[in-house]
Design a protein around this ligand. Structure first.
Ligand code: R5P
Length: 268
């Protein structure tokens, strides 16, 4: 592996082998998602606690201070919207590798839709993107997307999608956590896995338990957005999740930390 690739990966995956990515790319198909109407304001208090942020070039340019940021994972796929929910798998590549280099991206990310009508197209998108990015030492993070079909997220499906992403050359795979059989998803995927959070849930402990269990089963961290920044105490959520990832906190310890930060008045 060349120095540039190793350096970029080292900026994303920390010395302890773990990673905490914060995605704020949801607007690329959802529009002004709740609590992400002004992405710059949402992300500013959270930046100190994350290892990288994932977003599109438009939000990067217009909302993120170039002098005060973390490594960038640039989403380079899109072209669909929630207005046509049945066609979410029709993504193409929206952003060139030249643009990613100009924006000093540390990695690029794109979605694949295994099992969807446009599976073939999205898998070739991934392959072509890897071909080009490898030339410049830029890691590709594949996102195993399910569109509106959230019920697809079982171990058999996730293992299939993650393995295919790795086979086609992704350096990191972002997938979903599943309670049953997540270790099989990790075992079948020879590159690091991070988990998304999905739609916001009501219980902090539930989120901490997913993250903890995923790490015990071999994930290296998270690419988790809504369960942090849609929470009333986003800083407390980010710091508690960071403690699980980088300080081996248990879900119970993370909850105690969350409550402590919340009651100190610094959790927002
Ligand atoms: C999907 O819109 C994006 O690719 C997100 O980056 C991904 O789903 C992770 O975010 P969340 O934890 O909110 O699901």
């Amino acid at each position: 592996m060349d120095w540039g690739m190793r350096n970029r990966l080292a900026q994303l995956i920390q010395r302890d082998g773990r990673a905490m990515f914060l995605p704020i790319d949801h607007g690329y198909f959802q529009g002004p998602t709740t609590r992400l109407e002004e992405p710059g304001k949402t992300v500013a208090p959270l930046l100190p606690y994350v290892d990288a942020i994932m977003l599109t070039r438009g939000i990067l340019r217009s909302c993120i201070d170039p002098a005060n940021t973390k490594p960038i994972i640039l989403r380079v796929s899109g072209g669909t919207s929630m207005a046509r929910r049945d066609e979410l798998d029709q993504e193409g590549i929206t952003t060139s590798v030249k643009e990613a280099i100009r924006l000093n991206a540390c990695a690029v990310s794109m979605s694949i839709f295994v099992g969807a009508p446009n599976e073939h197209r999205t898998l070739l998108n991934l392959s072509n993107l890897v071909n080009e990015c490898e030339e410049y030492g830029i890691p590709v993070m594949a996102v195993t997307a399910v569109g509106a079909e959230l019920e697809k997220r079982d171990a058999r499906y996730l293992a299939l999608a993650c393995r295919i992403a790795a086979e086609l050359g992704a350096r990191v795979v972002k997938t979903y956590y599943c309670e049953e059989g997540f270790e099989k998803v990790v075992r079948g995927c020879p590159v690091p896995i991070v988990i998304a959070g999905g739609p916001k849930v009501d219980s902090e402990l539930e989120v901490f338990s997913w993250v903890y269990d995923a790490l015990q089963k071999g994930a290296i961290g998270v690419n988790l957005g809504r369960n942090i920044w849609q929470h009333d105490y986003p800083v407390a959520m980010a710091r508690a999740i960071r403690a699980i990832i980088h300080e081996d906190a248990t879900p119970k310890e993370a909850l105690e930390l969350f409550e402590e930060i919340k009651s100190s008045g610094t959790g927002k």
